[in-house]
Unconditional design. Structure first.
Length: 138
């Protein structure tokens, strides 16, 4: 029996989400990976060229949180993801407190039975770091 393309893509999305859950659970804590940060604020705005883009997201990550910055595309029918790992690492390596950027989803969507199409979602992100003050108790 042959699986339909929407069923195959759903299986692929589920495998992607499971891999992300597993990798998040194995990621070191922020306090270990980035001890210089007391908090990270990630602001995400999405555009897709239409009127139905996902709502903006804001996440604040504190030292006990996993240092994991890979997020699934917010479209439920997309198998893509957004990886902010390099942006956070660059911020840490440069000793900065803010960075902004743009990422395009490289995934594919299966909105109906007509097959897969490239996802056109774009993420505009801003990352703000609160830096640990030397000698401060955490």
């Amino acid at each position: 029996m042959k699986l339909s393309s929407s069923r195959k893509s759903a299986t692929g999305r589920n495998a992607l989400r499971e891999r992300q859950r597993r990798d998040r659970a194995l990621a070191p804590a922020m306090r270990v990976r980035y001890p210089q940060f007391a908090a990270l604020r990630l602001e995400c705005d999405f555009t897709d060229g239409g009127v139905s883009a996902p709502a903006p997201h804001v996440m604040v990550m504190h030292p006990p949180a996993p240092a994991f910055f890979l997020f699934p595309c917010p479209y439920a029918d997309c198998d893509g993801e957004f990886d902010l790992t390099a942006a956070v690492a660059g911020l840490a390596n440069e000793g900065g407190t803010r960075c902004d950027g743009k990422l395009k989803c490289a995934g594919h969507r299966t909105p109906d039975r007509n097959g897969r199409m490239p996802c056109v979602l774009t993420l505009d992100y801003s990352i703000q770091a609160t830096v640990v003050i030397p000698g401060a108790v955490r």
